[in-house]
Design a protein around this ligand. Structure first.
Ligand SMILES: Nc1nc2c(ncn2[C@@H]2O[C@H](COP(=O)(O)OP(=O)(O)OP(=O)(O)O)[C@@H](O)[C@H]2O)c(=O)[nH]1
Ligand SMILES: [Mg+2]
Length: 318
């Protein structure tokens, strides 16, 4: 495959090239590295919005409604629907696609599902790169939908500039969110399914819990009740996302956030490279072979040996 042509076509906004490029970065390896290297200078300008929350709260329905709002402003929208959990949830992803189908004929909307079984560094690394492909291809806003609030989802959340936490009334989700300390990751709280009973109660519980939360910056997350199915409240969510983005830019926080993200990404990348290299290095180093012998003969314990190895392979820690 000619990666130069692929880059050129992608930069020109060709959708097929974009789809292809996302597959390349999903697979990782040397082609992914080359592609990211050539397209990185064209990335970094889009507004990245993460949409997260428990299964079935209405994230995909909200994404669909948000696309409509964002398109009213004439912006190009990319969507990544991420399923980090398992290879068995193809049904859920299919459901997502059906729910977003209202936009399939719109050439300024690009929707892609991603699962994590390909990339050695996991779905978070693949997501960072897929976002870059969308940015380079001219998408002004990238919506990233992830299920749940576990560790890998939080890593994906870190990909975003603005994180929207979606909850629904009567699920006990709100209480769960408050207890598990994920309140800090939400920049905007949405109580979806506002047409169901208990929405106001959920919203006020979240608001009171937010009052007790210590925030690192001056941003105070709004709590918005919405009915994604009808679009009610969705304009307010989009307005809040733009306000948040403006806040990040005016306060200089955007750079802080991005540095934090890059640190997470770099440690993942370095760890992945180190894992790949470790085996070869161990097999080829005489020094390492000596250490192996010592452990095998019980002259050295494995913990000390591991520390010696790290020093031998990567040098003295600073
Ligand atoms: N009553 C009501 N139902 C809604 C609303 N929004 C979404 N739903 C319904 O909730 C169900 C789940 O919606 P999805 O958008 O697939 O939820 P999701 O969070 O993306 O689900 P997963 O991706 O599987 O985690 C669907 O049956 C929707 O029709 C709403 O505002 N009100
Ligand atoms: Mg969904």
């Amino acid at each position: 495959m000619d990666l130069d042509t692929l880059s050129t076509d992608l930069l020109a906004g060709n959708r097929r090239a974009l789809a292809r490029a996302i597959s390349v970065v999903e697979d990782g390896g040397p082609n992914a590295t080359k592609l990211v290297k050539s397209l990185f200078p064209h990335s970094g300008k889009s507004h990245l919005i993460g949409i997260t929350g428990s299964p079935g709260v209405g994230k995909s329905t909200l994404v669909d409604a948000l696309i409509t709002e964002i398109r009213k402003d004439g912006l190009k929208v990319g969507v990544l629907a991420i399923d980090p959990s398992s290879p068995f949830t193809g049904g859920a992803i299919l459901g997502d696609r059906i729910r977003m189908q209202g936009h399939t004929l719109d050439k300024n909307v690009f929707i892609r599902s991603m699962a994590n079984h390909n990339h050695a560094g996991g779905v978070a690394l693949a997501t960072y790169d897929a976002v870059r492909m969308l940015e380079a291809s001219g998408y002004d806003v990238v919506l990233i939908e992830t299920v749940g609030v576990g560790q890998s989802e939080l890593a994906i959340t870190q990909t975003a500039d603005t994180t929207i936490l979606v909850l629904m009334p009567g699920s006990g989700d709100d209480i769960q969110a408050i207890k598990s300390g994920i309140m800090e990751v939400g920049d905007i709280f949405v109580v979806n399914k506002g047409d169901l009973p208990g929405a106001d109660k959920s919203a006020s519980e979240i608001s009171s819990s937010l009052e007790l939360t210590n925030f690192a910056t001056a941003w105070r997350p709004p709590v918005i009740t919405a009915v994604s199915e009808s679009g009610r409240g969705v304009d307010q969510i989009w307005q809040s996302a733009r306000n948040h983005r403006a806040f990040l830019q005016e306060s200089g926080q955007i750079l802080e956030r991005r540095k934090f993200k890059i640190q997470a990404e770099l440690s993942e990348l370095v760890a992945a490279i180190a894992r790949d290299n470790l085996k070869t290095s161990m097999e080829n180093s005489k020094e390492v072979q000596k250490i192996l012998d010592q452990v095998a003969q019980h002259e050295l314990d494995p913990h000390t040996a591991a520390q010696d190895l790290v020093q031998d392979l990567f040098g003295q820690p600073a």
